[in-house]
Design a protein around this ligand. Structure first.
Ligand code: FES
Length: 151
């Protein structure tokens, strides 16, 4: 009986947290929070970005290219829920894109795909976008080096 009560209590608490999160972030972000796609690391990526935001949270993005398009993309963060959501959407937006197209993925774009973000969480989207650009930058530098050593 005690355990049943306790289970009910935890379930109640959990659904309260879920409800509050859904209200604050909206349905799209809420679903992504429950299921953060593209989360994880990658061995020997073609491009890698790692940035510590002003909030102290770390964001990492890994890119693998094939025929100059993103074949695989992953992200990792030790930050808050919204940095997970933003990292996941930054990754999703980068999937299948060329370097030129990736440069168009900004914090604003991530926020608009999410249907907005609470003011205090907007920086998480900019952190994700900045990390993605850093990963792209590393890929481009490698390409440049590769081309030079061919000559
Ligand atoms: Fe810093 Fe979310 S609070 S990335």
């Amino acid at each position: 009986m005690m355990t049943d009560d306790f289970d009910d209590f935890t379930r109640g608490l959990q659904s309260q947290v879920y409800e509050e999160t859904r209200k604050a972030y909206g349905q799209v972000a809420f679903e992504r929070w429950l299921k953060p796609l593209y989360m994880g690391g990658m061995r020997d990526p073609d491009g890698y970005g790692r940035i510590i935001g002003t909030c102290g949270d770390r964001m990492e993005i890994f890119l693998r290219f094939e025929k100059n398009r993103v074949k695989e993309v992953m992200f990792q963060t030790d930050g808050c829920g919204s940095s997970t959501i933003c990292g996941s959407f930054a990754a999703e937006l980068a999937q299948g894109k060329s370097p030129e197209e990736i440069t168009e993925i900004t914090g604003e774009l991530i926020i608009s795909v999410l249907g907005g973000l609470p003011e205090e969480d907007r920086h998480c989207a900019f952190l994700a976008a900045q990390t993605l650009q850093e990963a792209l930058d590393q890929y481009m530098k490698k390409q440049l080096k590769g081309n030079r050593s061919d000559k």
